[in-house]
Design a binder for this molecule. Sequence first.
Ligand SMILES: Cc1cc2nc3c(=O)[nH]c(=O)nc-3n(C[C@H](O)[C@H](O)[C@H](O)COP(=O)(O)OP(=O)(O)OC[C@H]3O[C@@H](n4cnc5c(N)ncnc54)[C@H](O)[C@@H]3O)c2cc1C
Length: 324
Amino acid sequence: MNSTKHFSVVIIGAGPAGVGAALKLYKSGIKSIAIIERNDKIGGIPSFYKRKKGGVRTFMRWSRGGYPVFGQDYAAWLGKQILKTDVEVKLESQVLEIDAKGKMLTFVNSKEGKVNLSADAIIRACGSREETPAERKWIAGARPVKVFFTKQILNLVDRNNLLPMKKPLIIGSDIIAYAAAAKLKAAGASDSTIVDNRTSPKAPFYERLYFRFWGNPQYRGFDVKSLEITGVKSATGVNLNGTHIDCDGIVICGELIPNSELALIGNLKVNIPSRIPVINKNYQLSESGWFAAGNILGGFHGAEWCYYDGKKVADYVLKYISKS
Ligand SMILES: Cc1cc2nc3c(=O)[nH]c(=O)nc-3n(C[C@H](O)[C@H](O)[C@H](O)COP(=O)(O)OP(=O)(O)OC[C@H]3O[C@@H](n4cnc5c(N)ncnc54)[C@H](O)[C@@H]3O)c2cc1C
């Protein structure tokens, strides 16, 4: 049996929410803090967005009146703040199991193998992911190559300078869809067609306006129960209510759902089907000593909101630790 190392607070996830929580706890005098992160960098989702000449800044900083930054720069700023502290950060370390009653977790990495940790309090700051087509229920048809999620497009376009499509079609119409359309245009594709099963785009006008600097995607909204992806070897388009819209690649964007896999494994209560954790007014989960912060709490929030949410949850954690 592996030994178990104890911390005052362990945080799962080094995105904006996890980092915000760690910094607030550290500055409030809690010196025994660990963050466990499965990626190779601090920063969460923003770290997937590269800084590029002519690229698209899709993250808002709230300070100095608010200004947009590249995700990579936002992630680097978070990393810099953490480096100024003694917070122990375990990168490339995936939390596999939790023991909710024992306030324990097990993570694995290639250097140490399986490691057990316990803590006075644990914060789940695991973020959210995009719903799969099956979860969305209205996206049917073939799954040929060149059907991507936003994160795959970021990896190809931003990290590897590859443009997998020239005539993109985007399914989903919230801000992530408009950001993806701008990114693809900036990388050399034509203006995207954005489709959704609603007559007007989900992203409000002022959010869409920002991305007009890079391109002018065409919105095709349909009041339909299903959309069919067409193509045998490669995606060729979608059928909507008898209308075929051509493309040479599809991106399925938006519709975020909390990363609640660990909670489900560890018997922490989760609302189904939304997968939003059950929390009380003190941000505590269904077992004492467990908390959640950031996009895991549901809805779509920008990075800076999640950063401040992490700080807010840290206040509840501090109160909990001082009482126990
Ligand atoms: C595809 C996508 C694109 C987005 N684009 C934008 C955008 O352009 N602009 C914007 O403002 N917002 C965007 N968002 C919203 C974005 O999620 C927030 O801005 C912000 O990053 C959320 O912060 P967070 O800390 O809650 O979660 P995240 O940033 O998602 O961080 C959570 C961290 O937890 C880690 N983690 C999860 N599970 C485990 C585990 N079991 N073990 C170890 N580590 C784990 C993850 O690796 C991740 O680093 C996007 C979201 C998605 C899903």
